[in-house]
Each structure stands twice: as structure tokens, then as C-alpha cells.
Design a protein around this ligand. Sequence first.
Ligand SMILES: [Zn+2]
Ligand SMILES: [Zn+2]
Length: 107
Amino acid sequence: MNPPRIVVLCREGATLDDVQAVAGKLWLNTPAAALEDVDGAVNKAIAAYWAALPGPDPYWDALAARMTCDACGESSKLENLSVCPNCFSAFCYRHGRNCPCGGETLG
Ligand SMILES: [Zn+2]
Ligand SMILES: [Zn+2]
């Protein structure tokens, strides 16, 4: 199985946005991360992303931002949505764990 796109972006040193970095932080808590992120590149890139932002807890601020479900358009805080670590779509609790892109959503 190919690693999700967040892994590729971190290894390439790509510039991330908040949603991608949230997906990366969630992905790092999955069993797959222990197998895929053997060199720690994802861990380092995600930690650096959040450390570079202002405020006492920018990760929490990002989770409090509102987004819409890609399936039904319902607006919700990011913390209440699942994010795909492959295509970075977000879904409400009604729209399942499996993203149309084949990625397994997190959060
Ligand atoms: Zn929905
Ligand atoms: Zn996806």
C-alpha cells in the first residue's frame, strides 16, 4: 500500500496548510506511522509546522476553525470532522471512514 499523500509532502519538504498539518498530526498517531515514518521525516515536518505558528496552541486553533463536509456541505468545526490524509477532504460523522480517493479518514 502506498503511503498517504501527507507522507509524500513531508518527505518532499512541501509547504503545508493547516488542514494538511492536522491530517499529518492525526496520521502520526496511527499504527501505520510507526511503519512508514521510519526516518521521522513526517514527525519532524509536522512538529516544525505547528512550532512556527503564533499563539499558545495553534493546533487547537486549527481544530476550532470551521470547514464543510465534502459529501454534504454541512459546516462544522474541524475537530468534529474526519480528514483524509491522502486528498485532505473533510467529512462529517455521517459520511464514513472511507474517502472516495481510497484514503482512510482520520479524526
Ligand atoms: Zn457530511
Ligand atoms: Zn481522500
